[in-house]
Design a protein around this ligand. Sequence first.
Ligand SMILES: [Zn+2]
Length: 73
Amino acid sequence: MRIIVEEDRERGVDPAARIECARCHEARPLIGSVDYDGIRLCNACATLFEVARLNGKAWSCAEFVGKTPAGAH
Ligand SMILES: [Zn+2]
């Protein structure tokens, strides 16, 4: 997900800004995070979600957040 990080930097996203990830509940950089229909995931969780979706293991972000335990990076 490096592309997202670079795009955010180019858009001028504050590199010090933090979000609370909906899945791992940690304060993560805003840069590289992804908003899925109002559910914001950090870059690591968003990557896991994309992999799960590609593998047919998750259909929606809400389902992914509900099914995978926090901290299972
Ligand atoms: Zn996360």
